[in-house]
Design a protein around this ligand. Structure first.
Ligand code: HEC
Length: 143
């Protein structure tokens, strides 16, 4: 009985509502478990696969590379290892930057918005070329 309740709760919390059917009886609990594992595999694959364009993929390399953007030194970014937290996590960028040009300006020269920022002015100081910054902007905008 306890097992049945557990199965039902797990299924309900799954985002794949099409397999969220009510099961009754012990035979069906077994069937539900099989369905659940299949659903878990497909849901995981769905949520974790993010397709980046070629430019976005280049931007990701530049953003993560220590000798280039090194954004992870200060920002939490999806899939980035050992991030610092001097700056805000780079998430939901489209919501926070409805204007992509404002995001580019922030990366080009963060001192425009905050003269005392510790974020390096990547464009103004020539740390990254304009082409590289455009790729980074494309990538960061997908986060
Ligand atoms: C030395 C630390 C440091 C590095 C390296 C750094 N940043 Fe920042 N960043 C900050 C700080 C601190 C802020 C907070 C705003 C401020 O200081 O004005 C910030 C703010 C931002 C913001 C604005 C976020 C918001 O929600 O307002 C973006 C976007 C951003 N950084 C992107 C980047 C990208 C992309 C890179 C790599 C190319 C990078 N940063 C590298 C420290 C850093």
């Amino acid at each position: 009985m306890q097992q049945k309740t557990l199965t039902k709760r797990t299924l309900t919390s799954s985002s794949c509502s099409h397999i969220n059917t009510a099961f009754t009886g012990f035979g069906k609990v077994f069937k539900a478990l099989i369905l659940l594992s299949v659903a878990t595999i497909s849901c995981t694959a769905y949520t974790q696969t993010k397709t980046l364009s070629e430019t976005q993929a280049q931007g990701k390399v530049l953003a993560f590379e220590r000798a280039k953007g090194n954004c992870l030194a200060c920002h939490v970014m999806e899939e980035g290892e050992l991030p610092g937290n001097a700056g805000p996590p780079l998430v939901m960028m489209k919501v926070r930057f409805p204007e992509k040009s404002v995001l580019k300006q922030q990366i080009w020269d963060a001192t425009i918005r905050n003269p005392k920022t510790i974020m390096p002015p990547f464009g103004r100081h020539g740390i990254l070329t304009e082409k590289e910054i455009d790729a980074v902007v494309d990538y960061v905008y997908s986060l």
